[in-house]
Write a protein that binds this ligand. Structure first.
Ligand code: UGA
Length: 432
């Protein structure tokens, strides 16, 4: 099929690359000229394993194009994906200005019957709004159908997820439109579940909120583990062996971050509030998540006392490994509090330094290696579970730090490993 994608951010680019890889001809449209120029030179605009290779391959094979010209980008294509961002408003609701602009642009530029496929995460009812807006702005007579097709890609493994999805959700008004989008997605060889528009929109939010609930749940359990001396890693394994529970997203730590969970959960709570429904469970999920960073810092303070002038090494800044994304990363708040309390903070992250500089306290120093960050430190904090940290020989802590004291916010090591290295190891939900 010939497909246009409007909005070449994270979701748009991964979707474009994946759709072209399975044989569709894809034209990606974005108003950011610099971004389009870079992509036209075959250089990926996001840090995502596998994207650079498939980008070049599909461009060379004539299946993947990039343009700033919306009219040219939409010409001839009966399928238009919307993949623009839906950032957070101050009140927690989703900001729909880019989605609405995309709808107006589509209306003004299409000249044939078109199926609009919404990939952007949009509040319940937005697809109907998109359809109305496009129809309001139509210049040529054509029929519009909207289809909700939420994405479930994880940053850092987005391409893997695209080709190994557990399911593809298609919400549509008509069986005919649903079938067309189903055919586009058949090459991904996974379960396709078709439903109505509103249910599809809610599936996206309900899924992210459920995963976040699992995380906050295990984080609460980790607090109980600390009170009674149990081991949260074992509790997760034991719980996860029940297939109804499953071990994924039961990793205790310093809380969920990123561009999706925090934003989507707030948006869902905001949506339900506007329906006069108080989603108490999700409010607790958010509150638990907000407490996670302070819980780690309290451990640091209990052990090393006043933080003033103490040298603290932060290992990892990105909100999770294999990404340079700093959005809503727990490290931001941790660094902020450390700096406010007078600590001298040195951070090392394999790839997120550049993005961190824009969002994290300007008083944080950066180093180019773990050892450089650890040198002379009074305490080290692991904030992102990069493989590089997990494979560290912990004995280097005693060699390079004032004292080998590690606060592991992501449980990267077993208690036995820490013991064997003779370091002082504090982790989450386990005995110190
Ligand atoms: C999440 C969902 O997993 C995707 O399915 C969804 O498509 C995406 O949001 C989205 O809405 O676009 P992502 O934000 O990339 O994907 O990252 P996750 O791997 O889900 O991790 C989110 C956060 O939860 C990270 O900060 C991670 O450290 C944390 N986490 C995850 C835990 O603290 N414990 C866990 O057991 C799992």
């Amino acid at each position: 099929m010939k497909i246009s994608i409007l909005g070449i951010g994270y979701v748009g680019l991964v979707t474009g690359v994946a759709l072209s890889e399975v044989g569709h001809t894809v034209t990606c449209i974005d108003c950011d000229l610099e971004k389009i120029n870079q992509l036209n030179r075959g250089i990926s605009t996001i840090y995502e394993p596998g994207v650079p290779e498939l980008l070049i391959k599909n461009m060379n094979q004539g299946r993947l194009y990039f343009t700033c010209d919306i009219r040219e980008g939409l010409a001839d294509n009966e399928i238009v994906y919307i993949a623009v961002g839906t950032p957070e408003n101050n009140d927690g609701s989703a900001n729909l200005q880019y989605v609405e602009q995309a709808a107006r642009d589509i209306g003004a530029n299409i000249s044939r019957d078109t199926i609009i496929v919404t990939k952007s995460t949009v509040p319940i009812g937005t697809n109907a709004r998109i359809k109305a807006l496009i129809n309001e702005h139509l210049v040529n007579r054509c029929t519009i159908e909207v289809v909700s097709n939420p994405e479930f890609l994880r940053e850092g493994s987005a391409l893997y997820d695209a080709f190994h999805a557990d399911r593809i959700i298609i919400g549509a008004e008509s069986e005919a439109a649903a079938e067309i989008v189903e055919n586009i997605n058949k090459p991904f060889k996974t379960t396709i579940f078709k439903t109505d528009l509103l249910s599809s929109e809610l599936i996206k939010y309900a899924s992210n909120a459920f995963l976040a609930t699992k995380i906050s749940y295990i984080n609460e359990i980790s607090n109980i583990c600390e009170l009674i001396g149990a081991n949260v890693e074992d509790v997760s394994v034991g719980m996860g062996l029940d297939q109804r529970i499953n071990s994924q997203f039961l990793k205790a730590g310093i809380g969920y971050g990123g561009s999706c969970f925090p934003k989507d959960i707030k948006a869902l709570v905001h949506m339900t509030n506007s329906l006069n429904y108080q989603f108490e469970l999700l409010e607790s999920v958010m509150n638990v998540n907000c407490s996670r960073q302070q819980i780690l810092l309290n451990k640091v303070k209990r052990r090393i006392g006043n933080l003033n002038k103490k040298k603290i090494a932060l290992l990892g800044l990105a909100f999770k490994p294999n990404t340079d994304d700093m959005r809503e990363a727990p490290s931001i708040m941790i660094a902020e509090i450390l700096v406010a309390e007078g600590a001298v903070v040195t951070a090392y992250d394999p790839v997120a330094k550049e993005n961190a500089e824009g969002v994290i306290s300007r008083l944080v120093n950066y180093s180019d290696s773990v050892i450089e960050a650890l040198t002379g430190a009074d305490a080290a904090l692991i904030l992102t579970e990069w493989d590089e940290f997990k494979s560290l020989d912990l004995r280097i802590l005693n060699e390079h730090m004032n004292e080998g004291i590690l606060f592991d916010g992501r449980n990267c090591f077993s208690l036995e490993q820490a013991d064997a290295a003779n370091i002082e190891y504090h982790s989450i939900g386990r005995k110190s």
